[in-house]
Design a protein. Structure first.
Length: 381
């Protein structure tokens, strides 16, 4: 006789459904808190990113204006204006005067980071305190679910310091025969070779422009060293008691803080003479070589000048990538209507530099002064 099979009692479906509803009801506040936390966390990260961008932009604008205008009042106005053009949490960032401070950024050695200290003279750095706390002009940032998280506001504070960097500069000048032409002559050809070169020549105007460049450097904040190189071709000529004997490209002054040495070399050209073809690429390569011993944290710059067109040796646009690989910025200056403006502009663009053209002696001097005033700025903290 077989025993009856015992069946386990079935749990009704609605009993299970009721248990799940209870579980959901218990966990719902947890889900809400997690969602609120995720949304507000993303919002806080966005606000911090916006505040970082605004603060960095403000300090850079202040430092650039400080270097160009040599005025802390102008730099303060520029920093406040730059901040106001950046929105943080939907509103422009407003800075108070005491959110911007001036001082000096220095390094203990060539491998150390920059350290900012308020005060000191001359100032070479601007620090901006970007604030969205309760005491700031813009106020604190509201959270979406502050009541759920127990705090209704977010109060980020960030700082940024921008420093005007030192530069090591090589002036690479054209000493070809056309530089001896009358400054008012718009054609090409060979001008006066033997010195002393008269005041109406293109080279005399260049010598004055170099003096204006050096004088402008004396007024800027950073410490700048200058080298001088020149180019034409292998050129030999007897000029009375002086025999001109130039290589295609050569360095006349290594990097120096004694600007009188640069002026002295320019005076020697005026007294002795110039001449030869136009090997712009060889001159650029000489300038790059002169900056091999530049200071580790100095910005390396070449000012490459010509009054004509390349006609000897390697082309300057072929050498430009060498400058880029060596972290050298090349600013180009063309002088006279026959100068190859497009080629020189391409060289400047390839290295992150600027291109200038001058038709008159006054234009040439102003171009060199403009380059002297265009100082590099780096966010150092």
């Amino acid at each position: 006789m077989s025993l009856p099979v015992q069946r386990r009692p079935l749990i009704r479906r609605r009993d299970r459904r009721g248990a799940i509803l209870v579980l959901i009801a218990v966990l719902m506040p947890v889900f809400v808190i997690m969602a609120a936390f995720a949304i507000d966390l993303a919002w806080m990260q966005l606000v911090r990113t916006e505040l970082r961008t605004a603060t960095d932009s403000s300090s850079r604008a202040g430092a650039k204006t400080l270097s160009f205008r040599q005025s802390e009042a102008a730099a303060l106005a520029a920093a406040i204006d730059a901040a106001s053009r950046n929105r943080v949490a939907g509103t422009p960032l407003q800075l108070a005067r005491n959110d911007v401070s001036f001082g000096q950024s220095t390094q203990a050695n060539s491998d150390a980071r920059f350290v900012f200290a308020t005060g000191g003279s001359p100032s070479n750095a601007v620090r901006v305190q970007g604030r969205r706390d309760a005491g700031s002009a813009s106020g604190s940032v509201n959270l979406f679910f502050g009541s759920v998280l127990g705090t209704r506001t977010f109060q980020p504070v960030l700082s940024a310091t921008s420093t005007v960097l030192d530069r090591d500069i090589c002036l690479v000048i054209d000493r070809s025969g056309s530089m001896g032409l009358n400054i008012n002559f718009s054609g090409t050809g060979n001008g006066i070779n033997c010195g002393p070169l008269p005041s109406n020549t293109r080279f005399f105007a260049l010598a004055q422009a170099v003096d204006a460049f050096l004088a402008e450097l004396q007024t800027t904040i950073p410490d700048e060293r200058v080298a001088l190189a020149s180019y034409s071709s292998n050129f030999r000529q007897n000029c009375g008691r002086v025999r001109l004997n130039y290589r295609t490209a050569q360095l006349h002054n290594s990097l120096t803080s004694d600007y009188a040495r640069i002026s002295g070399s320019m005076d020697a050209f005026l007294q002795n003479g110039i001449g030869g073809s136009t090997a712009i690429g060889e001159g650029l390569r000489e300038g790059i070589d002169s900056l091999r011993n530049a200071r580790p944290f100095a910005v390396k710059t070449i000012v490459l000048m010509t009054d004509g067109r390349h006609n000897l040796g390697v082309t300057p646009e072929t050498v430009a990538p060498e400058a880029s690989r060596a972290d050298v910025t090349v600013h180009t200056v063309t002088f006279s209507p026959n100068a190859d403006i497009n080629r020189m502009r391409a060289v400047a663009n390839a290295t992150g530099g600027r291109s200038f053209h001058a038709d008159t002696a006054a234009d040439l001097a102003e171009a060199f002064r403009e380059i002297a005033r265009t100082l590099p700025v780096l966010v150092t903290e």
